[in-house]
Design a protein around this ligand. Structure first.
Ligand code: ATP
Ligand code: MG
Length: 430
C-alpha cells in the first residue's frame, strides 16, 4: 500500500528564512537593537492577534489595509472576530492605554516582528513580512519628529546604505484637512472622467487617499489637485519648519512631497518616507509620521505620538546590495573521530570546550575521515580536532587549522595537542 501524501508547501507570499539567510537577519536584528538603545528606545512585544475592531478603528475603514489586506477570521470557539496584525502601531497604542503606560512619563518603544497583509506577492511585497516599528509616545514637539528622522539616517549609515532619499509632508490638523477637503472633492468631481472605481468610491469618504493612487491615468489629476500643504495654518507650518530646521542642522537632505498622505488614516502634521531606486517598484523602505489623535480614537486619554516602520525584507534586499554575503560558521571547532571510544570522548571534550565558551560540533552520522573532513570544511569552522587511534590512547588529539589567511605549509599542518591542554590551546586560537 502506498502512503501518498500531497506535499504541503508554504502559504503564498509567506517566506522561510533558511539557515543560510538567517545570519543576515540576526546580524540586522542585533545591530538594530544597539541602534535603538543609542536613542533610549525599549522593546515591547504585543500579540500577533488582536480584535478586528482595533484595526478597523485605528487604521481607518477606508484604507487599503482595512478594505482588502487584513487576515481576519472568526474564532470558531467563541465567535470573536480576530485579525493578524497588519502593522504594530494600533496594538502598541492599545497596550499603552490598557496598561496606563503614559501615566507618569513619555515612552520610547519599539517592536520587531511579523505583520500580515493579503497583497499580491512580488519582490518586496509579501503576505507575511517583518517590520521594525519605532514609536515615541507622549511627546508633542517637532524635536522628536526630527530626532526620529535623524535616527533613521543613522541606521542607513550604520548599514552602509547610501541611495535612499527622504520625502516629507505635513498633513496639518483636522480643521485644516477639513478646509482642504471641500476643495479637493470639488477637484475630484471636476475630473470624474479619469477616476478609477476605487477613487470614485473613496472620493467622499477619504478623498485624501485618492491622491495616494498608483494609477498612471490619474497622476496628472493628482498632481493638479489642491495641496493640503497650502491649507496649513500658522502652527502647523511652524511645526513643519522646525522639523526642517533640525534636519538642516543634521545635514539631512529632504524633499517636500505635498502628495504624500501615507496609507493610514491616523496621521497628522509630519509624515515622511525614505525611498530608494534600488528595489524596483517597491521603493519605500521606511514610512512614518505623527499621529496625535490615535490614543483618543482608541479610547485613551489624548496623547501625542510619532513613529515609523521599516520593512525588513526590503531593508535586507537593499543592504545586500552594499554589504557582501556573510559566511557565518556553524561552529568554531568541528570534531572528527574514529571508533566508539573516540566518539564518546569527543562528546565530553566538546562539553568542556563549550564550558569555555567555544562553539563545537561533534560529527554525527559516521563515515570515513574523508567524508567527516568534508563536513568540517562545509561547516566553515576554523579548527578541526581529530580524535582517533594510538594518538588518543596516548592522551592527545590532532588539531588542524582549517581557515588560515595564508595557505602556507604551517596552515595545513596537523599539531598534536595533549588532551589536558586542548581547551586552553583551542581557546587561544579561535
Ligand atoms: P506600500 O506603499 O509599499 O504598500 P505601505 O504604505 O503600505 O507601503 P506601511 O504601512 O507604511 O507601508 O509599512 C511600513 C513599511 O513596511 C513600508 O515602508 C515597507 O517597507 C514595508 N511593507 C509594507 N507592505 C509590505 C509588504 N506587503 N511586504 C513587505 N514589506 C512591506
Ligand atoms: Mg501598502
Amino acid at each position: 500500500m502506498t502512503n501518498a501524501f500531497t506535499k504541503v508547501t508554504a502559504i503564498r507570499g509567506m517566506n522561510d528564512a533558511l539557515p543560510g539567510q538567517s545570519a543576515r537577519w540576526e546580524q540586522l536584528e542585533s545591530l538594530v537593537r544597539d541602534w535603538l538603545r543609542a536613542y533610549g528606545y525599549r522593546n515591547m512585544r504585543t500579540p500577533i492577534l488582536e480584535h478586528t475592531r482595533l484595526f478597523t478603528r485605528g487604521i481607518g475603514e477606508v484604507t487599503d489595509i482595512v478594505e482588502k489586506e487584513m487576515y481576519s477570521f472568526t474564532d470558531s470557539l467563541n465567535s470573536e472576530s480576530l485579525t493578524m496584525r497588519p502593522e504594530f502601531t494600533a496594538g502598541i497604542v492599545r497596550s499603552c492605554i490598557e496598561n496606563n503606560l503614559l501615566y507618569d512619563r513619555a515612552q520610547r518603544v519599539y517592536a520587531v516582528g511579523p505583520v500580515f497583509r493579503h497583497e499580491r506577492p512580488q519582490r518586496g511585497r509579501y503576505r507575511q513580512f517583518h517590520q521594525i516599528d519605532v514609536e515615541a509616545l507622549g511627546m508633542a514637539g517637532p524635536d522628536i519628529d526630527a530626532e526620529m528622522i535623524v535616527m533613521v539616517a543613522r541606521l542607513w549609515k550604520l548599514l552602509g546604505i547610501t541611495d535612499v532619499r527622504l520625502e516629507l509632508n505635513s498633513l496639518g490638523q483636522a480643521n485644516e484637512r477639513a478646509a482642504h477637503r471641500a476643495a479637493l472633492i470639488n477637484h475630484l468631481e471636476r475630473h470624474g472622467d479619469v477616476l478609477d472605481d476605487e477613487a470614485k468610491r473613496r472620493m467622499y469618504t477619504n478623498p485624501l487617499r485618492v491622491l495616494d493612487t498608483k494609477n498612471p491615468a490619474m497622476q496628472e489629476m493628482a498632481d493638479a489637485a489642491p495641496r493640503l500643504f497650502d491649507y496649513l495654518g500658522e502652527e502647523s507650518r511652524a511645526h513643519f519648519d522646525a522639523v526642517c530646521a533640525r534636519l538642516d542642522d543634521a545635514g539631512i537632505a529632504y524633499r517636500l512631497n505635498p502628495r504624500m498622505v501615507r496609507g493610514l488614516d491616523y496621521y497628522n502634521l509630519t509624515v515622511f518616507e525614505w525611498i530608494t531606486d534600488k528595489l524596483g517598484a517597491q521603493a519605500t523602505v521606511c514610512g512614518g509620521g505623527r499621529y496625535d489623535g490615535l490614543f483618543e480614537l482608541l479610547g485613551g486619554k489624548p496623547a501625542a505620538a510619532v513613529g515609523f516602520a521599516i520593512g525588513m525584507e526590503r531593508l535586507i534586499d537593499l543592504w545586500e546590495q552594499y554589504a557582501p554575503a556573510l559566511i557565518v560558521p556553524e561552529c568554531d571547532v568541528y570534531i572528527v573521530h574514529q571508533g566508539e571510544d573516540a566518539h564518546r570522548r569527543s562528546a565530553m571534550i566538546a562539553e568542556s570546550l563549550r564550558d569555555a565558551g567555544v562553539s563545537v560540533v561533534v560529527h554525527a552520522g559516521g563515515g570515513s575521515f574523508k567524508s567527516q573532513f568534508k563536513r568540517a570544511d562545509a561547516s566553515a569552522a576554523s579548527i578541526a580536532v581529530i580524535l582517533a587511534g594510538d594518538e588518543l590512547a596516548a592522551g592527545s588529539a590532532s588539531v588542524k587549522m582549517l581557515r588560515v589567511a595564508d595557505s602556507s605549509a604551517q596552515a595545513n599542518q596537523q599539531m598534536q595537542v595533549p588532551l589536558d591542554n586542548l581547551v586552553a590551546f583551542l581557546k587561544d586560537r579561535i
